[in-house]
Design a protein around this ligand. Structure first.
Ligand code: SF4
Length: 360
């Protein structure tokens, strides 16, 4: 079986890469190697690693997830780690129950809320700490892949980026082949890769999953805007810094959650109303992110030096006046005004038991 699939391991049928002219497997390997090099750089050359990761790669991620979440899902190095045990036949492949999935989803959201403010307190300025965070995530991904069926434990469960994927990836412009699942074994219900117009409100029946979806959809925009009001703190992590680092994003999150909840009561009675509202708050979150992020990269952030890649303040003082309307206009247009087919992140592969299937 493995020979015609071209992988280095004895692949199981459900793990088979789909037939595709696009070299996804090669790109996955390159991205994984890039991740290993990044972790080494963070430890051995922290200033280069920190710039590369936090000011180079991470600012690109939200736009990629908005425009082509399926591309991200096909190449994410943590997913490659998580699927390794299943690929080599070393996963226990526990079926994912709705309750366990909901608990993992809520824990993933809690991890997101914990880690993002930690950037200002520690991670943005400490290479080895960032490397430790990435290796811990990789170990968790591997561990959950060893226990749970295929993508259900990490990619569709505990991964702290997964709530962001569901919020931002509501109107993809691209729907590539699913390069992770040769056939669908229904590891997750609903499958985020194959469900049309996926958003955080599309969950299994467990109430905890629905609460997590509501919190993420309503709270994230304010969380992002609040996060930008805090500078990077170099040096000791003191109690007052911890208080400021968490109070701003959590306070902002509570304000936008309250606005969302009020709007949801009025406009969330229909599926179309809920979708519109989820897209509106997603657009606000990603537009808010780039409102601050692009100027900050060039030295125009609210806190001098924080998040800066290159100081262009003397060279191009008009940059924020150009980037802010452009990015804000683009993301509101992309998520709310663009004519977009309801589509999924990835093309659903053939199901194991019932022959060819379409998107959900
Ligand atoms: S396509 Fe099927 S096997 Fe792949 S993640 Fe979705 S439910 Fe799981």
């Amino acid at each position: 079986m493995a020979a015609h699939l071209g992988g280095p391991w004895p692949l199981r049928p459900s793990a088979a890469a789909p037939g595709s002219a696009f070299p996804w497997r090669g790109i996955q390997t390159l991205v994984l190697l890039g991740g290993v090099i990044l972790v080494l750089t963070l430890v051995l050359r922290p200033s280069i690693g920190l710039d590369l990761f936090w000011n180079g790669l991470i600012p690109l991620a939200p736009a990629l997830i908005v425009i082509a979440p399926g591309v991200w899902r096909n190449i994410c190095p943590m997913a490659t780690f998580s699927l390794l045990p299943g690929r080599i036949g070393r996963s226990l492949e526990w079926p994912m129950r709705h309750r366990a999935s909901a608990v993992l989803t809520m824990l993933g959201l809690a991890a997101l809320v914990l880690i993002v403010p930690l950037r200002h307190l520690l991670l943005d300025t400490d290479g080895p700490a960032t490397a430790l965070m990435l290796t811990t995530a990789a170990a968790l991904a591997l561990g959950l892949g060893s226990l749970y069926d295929w993508r259900s434990g990490w990619c569709n469960g505990l991964c702290p980026i997964h709530p962001v994927e569901k919020l931002y990836g509501q109107a993809p412009a691209l729907t590539p082949t699913n390069a992770r699942c040769g056939t669908c074994r229904r590891c997750s219900t609903p499958c985020p890769d194959s469900t049309r117009s996926m958003n955080p409100l599309v969950t299994g029946p467990d109430r905890l999953a629905k609460v997590a979806g509501h919190l993420m959809t309503g709270g994230f925009a304010g969380f992002v805007l609040g996060w930008y009001q805090v500078p990077d703190y170099a040096g000791a992590v003191t109690l007052d810094r911890i208080a400021a680092g968490y109070a701003w994003p959590l306070g902002g999150g509570l304000v936008s959650l309250a606005l969302y909840t009020a709007a949801y009561r009025r406009y969330g009675l229909t599926a179309a109303g809920r979708t519109r509202l989820a897209r509106l708050f997603a657009a606000a979150a990603v537009a808010g992110y780039y409102w601050y992020r692009i100027p900050a990269l060039a030295g125009f952030g609210p806190h001098p030096g924080t998040g800066m890649l290159l100081d262009l303040t003397d060279v191009w003082p008009a940059l924020p006046w150009i980037s802010r309307p452009l990015t804000t206009g683009f993301f509101f247009w992309f998520m709310l005004m663009r004519h977009s087919e309801t589509t999924s992140w990835l093309i659903r592969p053939t199901r194991v038991s019932d022959g060819p299937g379409g998107q959900e």
